[in-house]
Design a protein around this ligand. Structure first.
Ligand code: GLU
Length: 298
């Protein structure tokens, strides 16, 4: 591909779906993926796929099943799948660059330490209390020996506003979040930002359980000089008891339902009747997606 073609490709923008292969996708995940594809394609963007397999609990056979299930309901992607497990060097370079800007510090806190720490008077719930932010080197030495440290980003402990296609302007907490875990694995919030930049993603459509993470990710993107994508956090699918849909709720995977039935149920939940994904795309109006969670009839 010529440089010019590459630039042009980048300029068209892209949407993406980024499953974590920790289990089979259920109908709620498939619906989110189809929506991400519809949002991207209906706005003239490419659509890309990324397998978020950094965590050791993930599994490549599961990833292959997820990709096959997505293809079976008509989701198509334009380039080879990106696998996060291949991206360790790229993450390491960005973490080194943050470190050289003196924006990182080691943190020795366990979850329990954080839960039990006194919080600053105006800090929002869930914010890292800053325990390890200003420790002297002598103390760091001692603590390091006891526990492999995580690395945290030194932020202004403030908030950041993102634009969301469904939620409008959304302002959320940016605390000193983890960039590299104590086990050496790059944190989700960091890998996502680096990979979205690498893939030229400028539209992130995903489940609204991740809405609260968007300000941290957008803050980091801005800090790294990357363009901040537009977000669209779509409502989750709930079971009839009003809880987040899970596998134990019965026939919820493609293996249980079959691709045709799953596709028809998803279309119905969005207020469409369509023969296939191309037909759905030709009818799709991104301004008219239901803002309420879908209660899966089961
Ligand atoms: N891998 C994440 C998940 O499966 C999604 C990450 C994202 O879309 O930013 O929940």
């Amino acid at each position: 591909m010529t440089d010019e073609r590459l630039r042009e490709d980048h300029m068209t923008g892209a949407g993406r779906f980024a499953p974590s292969p920790s289990g089979d996708l259920h109908i709620g995940n498939l619906r989110t993926a189809l929506l991400a594809w519809l949002f991207a394609q209906s706005s003239g963007r490419r659509f890309l796929m990324r397998v978020e397999d950094l965590d050791t609990r993930t599994n490549s056979a599961v990833a292959q099943r997820q990709l096959a299930d997505l293809a079976a309901i008509g989701v198509r992607w334009d380039l080879p799948v990106m696998w996060q497990s291949d991206r360790t060097t790229a993450y390491g370079e960005v973490i080194t660059s943050l470190d050289s800007r003196d924006l990182l510090y080691e943190c020795y806190c366990s979850r329990k330490d954080i839960a039990q720490a006194p919080t600053a008077p105006h800090s929002p719930p869930g914010a890292y209390p800053g325990t390890c932010r200003e420790l002297p080197e002598s103390e760091r030495k001692q603590r390091r020996a006891a526990r492999p440290p995580a690395l945290r980003l030194r932020t202004e402990n403030s908030s950041f506003t993102v634009h969301d296609l469904i939620h409008g302007e959304y302002t959320g907490l940016v605390d000193d979040f983890v960039v590299r875990r104590g086990d050496g694995i790059t944190a989700y919030n960091v890998a996502v930002v680096i990979d979205d930049q690498e893939q030229g993603v400028d539209q992130v459509v995903r489940g609204d359980d991740l809405l609260a993470s968007a300000p941290r990710q957008a803050y980091l993107a801005a800090l790294l000089g990357y363009p901040v994508p537009t977000y669209g956090h779509v409502p989750l699918v709930l079971n009839t008891a009003g809880a987040r849909l899970a596998k134990r709720d019965g026939a919820v995977t493609l293996a249980d339902l079959g691709a045709d039935r799953a596709f028809a149920l998803i279309c119905d939940s969005l207020g469409y009747q369509a023969a296939d994904a191309a037909d759905l795309l030709s009818q799709f109006d991104s301004g008219r997606i239901p803002c309420e969670p879908w209660i899966y009839p089961g």
